[in-house]
Every structure is written in structure tokens, then in C-alpha cells.
Design a protein around this ligand. Structure first.
Ligand SMILES: Nc1ncnc2c1ncn2[C@@H]1O[C@H](COP(=O)(O)OP(=O)(O)OP(=O)(O)O)[C@@H](O)[C@H]1O
Length: 473
């Protein structure tokens, strides 16, 4: 559907211009439909057989389809549309009283039907509703893509993560319950979404619940829903997340934090596929795939009596441990570059490159906050850093622990010319500061005076450039 919105000449309603194909071998009907819909501001093309209809339908918003046509009838067209990436919404045009054909066409994928002879008001109503549906479908599609892009999972280059990726692909098409283990920020939710998106339930909802955020009754009601009056403040009945996720995947994050009462209900859900809303006796059937995640040591929680052993075994039908960032060093730079490009695109900037010194600092850092920390650092670089990103653009903790092998190795000015520009600049700054400190006998205030900079600035440079601070005599 086009973005241009105009006032409808007949009814004054504001609507967006759409591309509509009218496929009818009766030239009279074709002309009437074309004229009416063109009057509404749409771009309309009239074709007289099924083969032509199929040729022009890809990318159109709406196809008004006669069922009886030469060369290829309407049913064959409906069938072939299934394979198109951008198939239009279809309204079939049938002879009056031929309901069985209309029903058959709707079973084959048509959205609605119009019986001949028709009046202008019916056409307008059916076309408007069909186009609204088309618009909503597009919105859902683009939101899904956006969500998919945000949660896109990068396999990385490290063998540890490649094994995780292989397991994800192998187990995604089953309905088996999955337990994801890993430190905070390693990407457990990202992997859960990847399993969902590669699985049979990909077109159904993915619903995430953080079990650590709500306590007792509130969590139970969040998961299983409640009836009106089930507890103080429950002024109306509400569906729970299990119900919202029907047909799809329920992701239980921080499952190790579930209170005992809710653990028993989750066990029943996994064993019997049954649950009740809070305040109701009516047993409901649960059609969800459960993926759970935790950073906790569940066997230790079982020993401590805070987690049910039977639930643990129900959850760990398939267990995937996601390695911490420090266990997959090969992933740091590919992920950093990908995250930098993504954050730069989000802020409408071209992605800056990473200088050699920055690459080394990233590679040598331990990443206690895992991919989440890396993502935050790259977001900051995308917003604030120059191009290329320099060491001084990184947070202090990364700079402090880094080693600057290339820059540090330069002890003669001639060697500067062997390095790429950004590394040569770092190495030159390092040489200058180091020489000034040597000449000042390691005394920073004197070295700062010599370089005509303030002492705090020199101190920052010493830190940023990874210069060892020998105490002043
Ligand atoms: N493989 C990956 N590819 C792309 N982005 C990733 C990847 N792994 C993690 N991220 C990003 O890192 C951040 C943290 O990921 P996520 O929320 O999935 O971690 P988590 O292990 O579930 O964390 P927590 O235990 O704190 O809930 C998110 O912004 C996510 O987009």
C-alpha cells in the first residue's frame, strides 16, 4: 500500500492509494470495477484471464478475482498465489447464489467474496476491509522483521558457539522442552528466539516471562491468568501468558527464581499440559513449547531445597549451555563489528571502523557482562566515537586492562612509518609521553609541564596509552 493518503472523492474518507488488480473476462464488469476503484484514488489494472492475473498480482495489494476465466480459472490462481512472496489479499467475484464456490475459494485462501450483480456500496465496503487487513498484515510482517533484526542471533566464529548453533538447528523443529544455561548477558533469550524462529511454531507468538520480576500470586496470575475477584485488585478476568502464547513458545527467563507454589503448577503444565486460571476450577489445555533459562546452578538449588528435582528433570529434556564471552574469544571481534554496525544504523550513522588498538583492547578484556556489555560498549561507540574508534572512546575498565602490543613495540620513530595510520598515531603519542616521563625521571607533574599539558590530562594519557607507571624517585 502506498504511503500517499488522499481524500476519497466520493465519500470524503481519507485513504491510502493501493494497487488493485481486477481479473474478470467480462469486459463490462471489469470496466465498472476499474472505474469505481480508480475514482477512489487507487491504481487499478484490468486483466481478462488467470495467467495474466498471476503475472501482475505479485506485489499488488488486492486482487478481485473472477472464478470462471479462460486459460486458468480462479481456483488455480489462488493455488499459485500461495507460492508468491508478496501475494495480494484476494476477494473473489462469484455468480449470485453460488455460495459453495465462494466457500471453497475462501478455504483456498481468499479473504472475502462479492456476489454478482453487486452494488457500489458493497464493493467499497469489501475493498476497504480487505485493504485494511492487508495493511495490518504488512505492519505485523514489518514488526516481526524489526523484532527479528533486533534479536538476530549471530553465530560467531568460535567453535564453542558453532556447537550451540548446530544444536539449535537440530532441536528447533521438535516440540521438546529446552533448558538454557549460561551467565547473565550471554544471549539466552536470543537463543530462545532463534529456536522459536527455526521451529514449527514460528508463525505463532513468542511470549517471554521473567520469573524473577513478580512474586507469588502476581507471577501465578501473569502465567496462568485469573478470574474476576480471584484476589484483591482482580477487577476483571485476564488471560495469562500461557494462553497468549497458545500455539507458540513460552520463554521462562530466570526459571531458577520460581516460587515453590508456581513450580508445582509449572510441573503439571509440562506433565499434563493442563492448568487453571487463578480463581477458577475449569481445566485449560496448554498448547505451548516451553523454553526455560537460568544463570543459577539448579542442582545446587535442588540440594538447598529451593528448586524441585522433578521439575528440573522435566525442564532439561534438552539442555544447552551458552558459553560466557571469555570462553569464546573468537566471537568478540565479529560480534563487536556486527553490534557496532547495528547500533550505528539505529542512530542513522555510517558505522565507524575499529582501530587496531581498540581491537586489541576488546580482544583482551574479560567481558564479565558478556554480550550485553559488549553491545553497550558498541552502542556508546556508535553514538559518541570518532572514526576510527580510538582507545579514548572506550570505557576506562577496558583501557586499564588492555595491552597495546603493536604501539608498545615501537621504540624508534622510523618504525612509526611501518604501521597503519591510526596505530602510528597511538604509537607516536605513546613515544612522546614515555620520553617526557623518562626525561622527568617518572615525575608526572614535571613531564606535564614539559609537554605543556595539565597533570590530570597527562595522567589520563598514561592510562589510555597503557604506559607502565614507574614510581617517581
Ligand atoms: N549471539 C548474539 N548475537 C547478537 N546479539 C546478541 C547475541 N547474544 C546476545 N546478544 C545481545 O546481548 C544482549 C543480552 O542478550 P540476552 O538478553 O539474550 O542475554 P541473557 O543471557 O538472556 O541475559 P539475562 O540472563 O540477563 O536475561 C541483548 O542485547 C542481545 O541482543
Amino acid at each position: 500500500m502506498r504511503d500517499d493518503v488522499h481524500a476519497h472523492p466520493a465519500c470524503g474518507r481519507r485513504c491510502a492509494m493501493s494497487r488493485i488488480v481486477v481479473a474478470d473476462d467480462d469486459p463490462g464488469i471489469g470496466r465498472v470495477l476499474r472505474d469505481r476503484l480508480s475514482d477512489c484514488g487507487h491504481e487499478v489494472e484490468h486483466v481478462v484471464d488467470g495467467v495474466e492475473a498471476l503475472r501482475v498480482a505479485d506485489g499488488a495489494d488486492l486482487l478481485l478475482l473472477d472464478l470462471e476465466m479462460p486459460r486458468m480459472d480462479g481456483f488455480a490462481v489462488l493455488d499459485s498465489l500461495q507460492g508468491l512472496a508478496a501475494a495480494p489479499v484476494v476477494v473473489v467475484v462469484t455468480a449470485y447464489g453460488d455460495m459453495s464456490k465462494a466457500v471453497r475459494a475462501m478455504r483456498a485462501g481468499a479473504y472475502d467474496f462479492i456476489a454478482k450483480p453487486f452494488d457500489a456500496a458493497t464493493i467499497q465496503l469489501v475493498v476497504r476491509r480487505a485493504l485494511e487487513t492487508r495493511g495490518l498484515k504488512r505492519q505485523v510482517h514489518s514488526l516481526r522483521q524489526e523484532l527479528g533484526r533486533k534479536h538476530l542471533w549471530i553465530r560467531g566464529a568460535d567453535p564453542a558457539m558453532a556447537r550451540v548453533a548446530e544444536t539449535v538447528e537440530r532441536i528447533a523443529p521438535s516440540n521438546a522442552t529446552v533448558l538454557l544455561l549460561g551467565e547473565t548477558g550471554t544471549g539466552k533469550e536470543v537463543v530462545a528466539r532463534a529456536i522459536h524462529l527455526h521451529g514449527l511454531r514460528r508463525d505463532q507468538p513468542f511470549v517471554a516471562v521473567n520469573c524473577a520480576l513478580l512474586a507469588g500470586d502476581l507471577l501465578e496470575s501473569e502465567l496462568f491468568g485469573h478470574e474476576k475477584g480471584a484476589f484483591t485488585g482482580a477487577d476483571r478476568a485476564r488471560a495469562g501468558r500461557v494462553e497468549t502464547a497458545r500455539g507458540g513458545t513460552l520463554f521462562l527467563d530466570e526459571v531458577g527464581e520460581l516460587p515453590q507454589g508456581v513450580q508445582a503448577k509449572l510441573l503439571r503444565l509440562l506433565q499434563e499440559r493442563e492448568y487453571e486460571r487463578l480463581g477458577s476450577d475449569r481445566v485449560q489445555h496448554a498448547d505451548v513449547r516451553v523454553i526455560a533459562a537460568t544463570h543459577r546452578d539448579l542442582p545446587a538449588a535442588i540440594r538447598a531445597g529451593s528448586f524441585r528435582e522433578d521439575l528440573y528433570y522435566r525442564l532439561k529434556v534438552i539442555t544447552i549451555r551458552i558459553p560466557a564471552m571469555r570462553e569464546r574469544p573468537g566471537d568478540v571481534l565479529p560480534l563487536a563489528e556486527w553490534l557496532l554496525a547495528r547500533h550505528a544504523a539505529d542512530s542513522g550513522r555510517p558505522p565507524p571502523t575499529l582501530s587496531q588498538e581498540v581491537r586489541e583492547a576488546l580482544a583482551h578484556y574479560a567481558w564479565p557482562g558478556n554480550v550485553r556489555e559488549l553491545s553497550n560498549v558498541m552502542e556508546r561507540c556508535a553514538l559518541l566515537a570518532g572514526d576510527p574508534v580510538a582507545l579514548c572512546d572506550l570505557p576506562e575498565e577496558l583501557v586499564d586492562g588492555a595491552t597495546y602490543t603493536q604501539a608498545a613495540a615501537v621504540t624508534r620513530t622510523e618504525d612509526l612509518f611501518l604501521l597503519p595510520y591510526s596505530d602510528a598515531v597511538t604509537a607516536a603519542r605513546r613515544l612522546i609521553v614515555q620520553r617526557a616521563l623518562e626525561q622527568a625521571g617518572g615525575h608526572q607533574t614535571r613531564a606535564a609541564e614539559r609537554l605543556r599539558v595539565t597533570q590530570p590530562y597527562l595522567s589520563r594519557l598514561v592510562k589510555q596509552l597503557g604506559i607502565r607507571r614507574d614510581p617517581a624517585p
